[in-house]
Design a protein around this ligand. Sequence first.
Ligand code: ADP
Length: 271
Amino acid sequence: MTDTLTDKQKFPLKLSEPCPMVRMAGVRKCYGDLVVLDDLDLDIAANETVSIIGPSGSGKTTVLRVLMTLEEINGGVVYVDGEPLTHMDKNGQLVPASTKHQRKQRSNIGMVFQHFNLFPHMSALENCMEAPVQVLGLSKAEAKDRAEGLLDMVGLADKMGEHPLRLSGGQQQRVAIARALAMRPKVMLFDEVTSALDPEVIGEVLSVIRKLSEEFSLTMVMVTHQMGFAREISDRVCFFDNGSIAEMGEPEQIFTEPQNPRTQQFLSAVL
Ligand code: ADP
């Protein structure tokens, strides 16, 4: 695999210039023979909101999983806030960053999944306190204060003691957002967070995300099928096709004047 990599994939960029909040350079990700991300370059500035759209199977979720260090990459380099997620060993092979380094990196990044992934045996409040206590070393009192503030912010002040199964899908997803925010991440990743929800509760989750984009200094990357929402809140929209970026631009340009025939085709099928 390594001998097929380009120089850019083998040799991490020198970070002499200011690094954006997220930089993916020459990223390659394969599952066996299947190349899922192919020489992917993507820079995302601090406080920017970027939506990733595109056909199913084009690699959108894989981008988020790579950023969350849930997947190892086969080439290229990823920086989050100037820190590489991988490094080169003395033989010039790319190796994943150490577990300790990954844990630190992961706490800079919050991810919200399609299927909530809450701890079922814990209340909403306990779900939001767990990682700040276990990973950041906050006292229980500090973590509780923080969790209460965030659950209030997502409109769940009256549901803090409830366990996930007693909450609606929309409420569970709002707990998941509060839980991710409790780590004070620099980057928030949203992976099709409304796909598993009933239509009538999608709006309440989108309005929490809208509030985050307006009121918090967060860098947000969102994989979504909600084209109207992507158009409304994104600074840039990235159209993915076959493991690479086919087109990227401001929402108005992408949605009203897509240049790439694949973007045109995709949008005319989904809009
Ligand atoms: P998208 O989010 O655009 O639908 P994904 O990033 O989930 O696409 O998947 C991209 C491709 O990688 C798909 O062909 C998918 O089947 C494949 N894939 C994803 N995860 C795995 C895995 N763990 N093992 C093998 N193939 C995978």
